[in-house]
Design a protein around this ligand. Structure first.
Ligand code: ZN
Length: 262
């Protein structure tokens, strides 16, 4: 989408904080129900049933929705839909799935330059299984067509932050600049000992970053019985959505090599 198109967009294209908040009235707490719930959410956001596909790689299912662009240059935006056994997985990572689906809802209303690929990753909690499978399946001669990847994992407690240890340096600087421009509060917080679905993209040579919305309290809450919908601060999810949206709008207009320093 052109930036000018974004500015001229009907306000309805943007999801409101209330729209985002409403999603947390019902969070699917059963891991086995999450893939279907992710699909249902995308359908509610306007995805035609035949635009939603499941990419099965061995024992993992990634849910993929493509918004074709003018070119085959590709931007990936993702969030894992699976959860650990404990808790409801509301913060980790239904917040990311909600932001992802609302990004789809907004962006599907534009004609992007680049092809936008929305991915709900499976089995992140078992070692980034879905994102590793997706990146491994990209043929070597296609890697350069992947301009950037934005990953959303565990929003919902504080201002958006970039997990520096899971992100490309250029993408970190870019996220910070966009946040400043939007006047969205923003921080850096590496999450020691943890990983997320941006890392396999970084390792494949694709510029990528993970945005989260955790505070020090949140780190204790993750993977615990206390990860419940009532803990979600919708403002945090909304700000993550707005920051990711602005980043994607700018990446769409930029040369594909922009985040590779070329
Ligand atoms: Zn997670």
């Amino acid at each position: 989408m052109a930036q000018s198109a974004t500015q001229q967009a009907p306000t309805a294209a943007l999801s409101s904080e209330a729209d985002i908040a409403a999603e947390f009235a019902s969070v699917p707490c059963d891991n086995g129900a999450r893939l279907d719930a992710t699909r249902a959410l995308f359908e509610r956001m306007g995805a035609p049933a035949d635009a939603i596909r499941i990419d099965r790689h061995g024992d993992v299912d990634n849910l993929v929705v493509v918004k074709p662009g003018a070119s085959a240059d590709t931007l990936v935006v993702g969030a894992h839909y699976d959860k650990v056994a404990k808790g409801c997985g509301a913060i980790d990572n239904w917040t990311g799935v909600v932001a992802l689906a609302h990004l789809y809802r907004t962006l599907r209303q534009f004609a992007p330059e680049k092809t936008l690929v929305f991915v709900g990753f499976g089995r992140e909690e078992h070692g980034l299984v879905g994102s590793r499978a997706m990146t491994a399946a990209i043929p070597d001669d296609q890697v350069a067509r992947y301009c950037a990847m934005v990953n959303l994992d565990s929003l919902g407690l504080a201002a958006p932050q970039v997990a520096d240890n899971m992100s490309s340096q250029a993408m970190v600087a870019f996220a910070e600049a966009v946040a400043k421009e939007l006047q969205v509060p923003f921080g850096h917080a590496r999450i020691g000992g943890a990983n997320s679905d941006s890392t396999p993209f970084v390792k494949r040579g694709i510029p990528a970053l993970t945005l989260h919305g955790l505070d020090s309290n949140g780190l204790r809450l993750l993977h615990s019985p206390r990860d419940q919908a009532a803990k979600v601060n919708p403002t945090s999810v909304y700000l993550g959505y707005r920051l990711a949206l602005a980043m994607l709008a700018r990446l769409d207009q930029a040369p594909c090599t922009a985040q590779r320093g070329g």
